[in-house]
Design a protein around this ligand. Structure first.
Ligand SMILES: *Cc1c(COP(=O)(O)O)cnc(C)c1O
Length: 349
């Protein structure tokens, strides 16, 4: 499938302050756009990043058939550009699409569009960070009937970033709202899961925290995940993360970390973990590390956990967190091709 390329006539790159990027507020010069009507893909194009016109009847805005991905491109010391676990991100995007009754995206459309986009905007991959790539995919019918849309639009755009969380996680365990329920869409990377998390996040922030930890909807006891990250706890030298049962987003960072730990002599298990167990391990000093994992943050260390009026504080000397240190370094080395990639996770574009 041919991709038409319309290059920008004036790059915004010279205006970017790469020393102060923050997260997701600066966008690279171009975006990839593709449309689909009744399963037929057409008008694949790379155009200057900018506004698109849309009808107020756009069905995604009304009924929420809208999903996304978050992935990263890295610059190696040799100057190559790599993308981490490209096909796994597409696989997850299509799992999300299936659950929300959306047309599947063919690999050729996604991979070619993405690779050509990243090649064109290669100068936007920071030397001190990575290029965060945000594919969005949404229903684009222009009518108000409630049913699966016949037309869809895929847009891929990108943003140069340093690291998402510059501060440690100050965790409030949420005991009122729930993020996901059995049989629902917790595993889908969709806007609705974020919309329902915002109120608790805002409340947590007002009380001096910066992230919410969600519990299961039935017992209000088993840990699920953070709003944007999966959760790991190191208790008695074993890294524990909850199993992905359908209510938890199956993080690609989470999966990478489980593989790296188990292949390098670390103890790691996926099992249900109660908040009571974490608090007890914290009280008795057996909780030695806790972190959130995701593409944006990679691995964000926890400093404080607040639950039912009690606080657990963890050491902030992260050089003494062996699991976190190992994971950060090994992942970074794989993505920048400093060590072998036995898993086939890295694509050079
Ligand atoms: C994207 C996301 C994650 C992390 O997934 P990665 O593939 O590791 O980036 C975790 N939880 C939620 C709710 C997410 O949306």
């Amino acid at each position: 499938m041919e991709i038409r390329i319309d290059r920008t006539s004036s790059s915004r790159l010279p205006q970017v302050d790469f020393a102060n990027l923050g997260f997701g507020s600066v966008f690279a010069d171009h975006m990839f756009v593709a449309d689909c009507l009744e399963g037929q893909w057409y008008d694949l194009r790379i155009v200057p990043f900018g506004e698109l016109s849309m009808s107020p009847g756009l069905s995604a805005l009304h009924y929420g058939q809208t999903i996304f991905e978050g992935m990263k491109a890295y610059r190696t010391p040799e100057g190559e550009i790599t993308i981490f676990r490209l096909s796994d991100h597409l696989r997850r995007l299509n799992r999300s699409a299936e659950r929300l009754c959306m047309q599947a995206i063919p690999p050729q459309v996604f991979e070619e569009g993405l690779k050509q986009l990243v090649r064109l905007d290669a100068d936007w991959v920071p030397h001190n960070g990575s290029l965060y790539i945000r594919p969005i995919y949404f229903a684009s019918d222009d009518q108000l009937g409630v049913h699966a849309s016949k037309s869809y639009r895929l847009i891929i755009f990108s943003s140069p970033v340093t690291t998402y969380y510059s501060t440690n996680l100050l965790v409030q365990v949420e005991t009122n709202h729930v993020r996901a329920t059995d049989g629902g869409i917790g595993y889908v990377k969709t806007a609705g899961n974020y919309a329902r998390s915002l109120s608790a996040s805002q409340r947590a922030r007002a009380e001096g925290f910066n992230v919410v930890l969600w519990l299961d909807s039935i017992n209000r006891q088993f840990i699920e995940e953070y709003s944007t990250m999966n959760a790991f706890f190191v208790i008695d030298d074993v890294a524990v993360t909850p199993p992905t049962s359908g209510t938890i987003l199956e993080g690609i960072t989470r999966d990478s970390m489980i593989r790296l730990l188990s292949d390098n002599g670390y103890k790691v298990t996926q099992r249900e973990i109660a908040i009571d167990e974490v608090m007890e391990a914290g009280r008795t000093g057996r909780l030695t590390e806790a972190f959130g994992t995701g593409t944006a943050a990679v691995a964000a260390p926890v400093e404080r956990i607040h639950y039912q009026g009690e606080d657990i504080f963890l050491s902030t000397d992260h050089s003494k967190w062996p699991v976190l240190s190992f994971l950060r370094k090994r992942l970074d080395d794989i993505r920048t091709r400093q060590v072998a990639d036995p898993y086939g996770w890295v694509s050079v574009v």
